[in-house]
Write a new protein. Structure first.
Length: 185
């Protein structure tokens, strides 16, 4: 496998094009363990991937080039890393330009979902997009001029970037609700 990756990458990091020490990185949530599911990366990229939310977003400016790779695993990793850096305008622009076919997009999003902290209701039950919940206490909705009453059902919720919040429609308006103030139906 090592020689396949060296040849495919021309002995360069497939993310930042660095040339020294490189290693095979198996993408989490990959469909198999073949070389097609590995990316040949440098230690700097590896440490930034492992750093979680505290990664060096400036190092990943190279993603605007690597996202155009013809190697599916590189495209998937680029997508995941751009999502990790999405607070940066350049990363948002790159994500807007990046196109992945349905199969690659599903693979890329599976890795993002696996890294995400679960959103939990008041009882510690994990919530998923599309679930139905009930509000367990009266909540003043700022800017909307109403109170979401205890016992109000919220169907087809959405998850937000923050695992402590969900989004849902109450009184015909889409609002953000603290997940701990809900109970899954």
């Amino acid at each position: 496998m090592q020689s396949t990756l060296e040849q495919r990458s021309n002995n360069q990091c497939e993310i930042c094009q660095a040339s020294a020490p490189l290693k095979a990185y198996l993408l989490p949530e990959s469909p198999d363990t073949s070389p097609n599911c590995h990316v040949f990366i440098c230690d700097t990229c590896q440490s930034n991937i492992d750093a979680g939310a505290t990664c060096d977003v400036q190092h990943f400016r190279c993603l605007s080039t690597s996202m155009w790779s013809t190697t599916p695993a590189v495209q998937v990793l680029s997508y995941r890393l751009l999502n990790k850096c999405n607070s940066e305008p350049w990363a948002q622009d790159a994500l807007d330009m990046l196109y992945l076919d349905d199969e690659l997009l599903q693979w890329a999003q599976a890795g993002i979902a696996a890294e995400r902290e679960p959103t939990l209701d008041v009882n510690g039950v994990a919530l998923q997009a599309g679930d139905a919940v009930t509000i367990i206490k009266d909540l003043d909705v700022k800017g909307a001029g109403f109170t979401a009453k205890r016992g109000t059902p919220v169907r087809n919720i959405g998850l937000s970037e923050n695992p402590l919040h969900i989004e849902g429609r109450v009184n015909g308006q889409r609002i953000v609700i603290i997940a701990a103030y809900t109970k899954k139906n």
